[in-house]
Design a protein around this ligand. Structure first.
Ligand code: 5AD
Ligand code: SF4
Length: 478
């Protein structure tokens, strides 16, 4: 079954990159009059998977739904609309979503009018849409990452006509500035600085699901941050698939280093940014990070592999030596910096020796935190077409071995905090113990601590009393 009015994704189209600069739209989004009250008396349940860009999209989706007077449901049972905002980065992320979709189907028995929707990166994939049509016919609404602004109209169509609605654009559109947002935090916020990715690492689906690199204008970003400061926010995380590329499409002199300095000058207490590609991390960026106390000394620098041949086939554009040079430069210049990384094991045909190069690099860098993954073929990417002679059993055992190294260094790094006093931005009460507060250090370490007269959003000095692998324990000092 294929409807003429559906807009289906195409990975081939998504691969193309035009030279045209994205149009910045300051007033494109609107909620048509007839749609405005669609949510009155209706509840929505939104579940977001994956990265921070998706989390931030979730805040936009919630903002749109609440502008249409939907209210949040406490659980799926009381929802009239269930939306899964999905992630496509690895197969296990997709399997989780499909499993959830299958189990949610039961809700239609008790609520025949319930509407199931899927959006996010999975919606951008042709094979996923085929699977939905064949195996998950209860899904009523599918939209992608490029047309969130169309949600009011699409929802109206799906609810009123009771017809399946699919609208996914493969080519990115404008940068839309007037979308509503419902911030899920009260003192920490995500701020998009750019969308998309043009790096095309050979294993990665992101350049296909999120389109070409498009930067927001400096003044729009700064306006957003000033509004956040005025409403009590203490920390912003600047988001981009590769923030180092910020401003290239705008021909902005100074690029990300310039933006980062302007953000630092707003005076907001804490600034973080993700993700930086090791390839175009400029000296100017390092200088700005080192210069401002409100730019956090915490750098997520995905290495992916420690072997030059694998890095080359991955399309990463740096050697392990380049990576180490940058790493040590950052370490020398940014005082007390902490580092995290991403690593993929079991890339097609990775040999034992090549894997051992990754272990060597990990032991040299001694990362505070590492996100380690088994390579997962993604349909449409060049790596998915490569033959692979490494068994899954071998990949799993390499992952275990790698994690022994990364976990060891995480613990060693945490132990170095014992007895020190650190500044913690308070997030709230610890999930495990209601007498304990939790929050993060400047270097992004989770701290559970006791103290009197503490409030969410406070910056508190905490003495570290014990280190664990993934967190620190401490007590507030006056
Ligand atoms: N398989 C496994 N890991 C992947 N990543 C991206 N694509 C894949 C894939 N196909 C990892 C990379 C990236 C992180 C966000 O996810 O390490 O940095
Ligand atoms: Fe994927 Fe590479 Fe772009 Fe990161 S830089 S999103 S790994 S293509």
């Amino acid at each position: 079954m294929m409807k003429e009015n559906w807009n289906m994704p195409s990975l081939d189209k998504a691969k193309q990159r035009s030279k045209n600069q994205a149009v910045i739209e300051k007033s494109l989004f609107n909620i048509p009059f007839e749609v405005e009250n669609l949510g009155v008396g209706r509840k929505y349940y939104l579940r977001t998977y994956g990265c921070q860009a998706n989390e931030r999209d979730g805040e936009t989706i919630a903002g749109i739904l609440e502008a249409m007077h939907f209210t949040p449901a406490e659980n799926v049972e009381e929802a009239d609309l269930i939306l899964l905002n999905t992630c496509a980065i690895r197969k296990n992320a997709e399997d989780k979503v499909l499993g959830e979709l299958g189990s949610l189907k039961r809700l239609r028995k008790t609520n025949p009018d319930i509407l199931f929707g899927m959006c996010g990166c999975m919606a951008q994939e042709e094979d996923v849409i085929q699977t939905l049509l064949e195996k998950y016919p209860h899904v009523d609404l599918v939209f992608g990452t490029h047309n969130i602004h169309r949600l009011p109209v699409l929802l109206y169509q799906a609810m009123m006509s009771k017809e399946k609605t699919i609208e996914v654009f493969s080519k990115e559109g404008e940068v839309i500035e007037n979308l509503p947002v419902k911030r899920f935090g009260t003192h920490k916020a995500w701020v998009n600085i750019m969308y998309g990715c043009d790096k095309f690492c050979t294993y990665c689906i992101v350049p296909y699901t999120r389109g070409k690199e498009r930067s927001r204008q400096v003044e729009d970003i700064l306006d957003e941050i000033h509004t956040l400061i005025d409403t009590g926010f203490k920390e912003v995380t600047l988001l981009g698939q590769n923030v180092n590329s910020y401003g290239k499409d705008l021909h902005l002199e100074g690029g990300f280093a310039y933006l980062l300095e302007e953000v630092a000058k707003t005076g907001i207490e804490r600034i973080r940014f993700v993700t930086s590609h090791p390839w175009n991390f400029s000296d100017e960026m390092i200088q700005v990070i080192a210069k401002y106390d409100n730019i956090m000394p915490f750098i997520h620098l995905p290495v992916q592999s420690g072997n030059d041949e694998i890095l080359k086939i991955m399309g990463r554009r740096y050697t392990s030596k380049d990576y180490l040079t940058l790493f040590h430069k950052l370490k020398d210049q940014v005082k007390d910096a902490a580092f995290s990384t991403d690593i993929i094991v079991g890339f097609p045909n990775e040999t034992r020796e090549q894997f051992e190069d990754t272990l060597k690099l990990v032991d040299e860098c001694q990362f505070d935190n590492s996100f380690t993954f088994i390579y997962s073929p993604r349909v449409g990417t060049p790596a998915a077409k490569m033959e692979d002679n490494v068994s899954m059993e071998e990949k799993e055992s390499r992952l275990q071995e790698l994690m022994e190294h990364t976990n060891h260094w995480a613990r060693v790094k945490n132990e170095a905090y014992e007895g020190k006093v650190v500044e913690v931005l308070v997030d709230g009460i610890s999930k495990k113990n209601e007498n304990v507060w939790c929050g993060y250090t400047k270097t992004n370490k989770l701290v559970n601590f006791i103290g009197e007269n503490i409030h969410v959003g406070d910056l508190v000095n905490v003495k570290i009393t014990a280190a664990k692998s993934w967190s620190l324990d401490g007590e507030a000092i006056k």
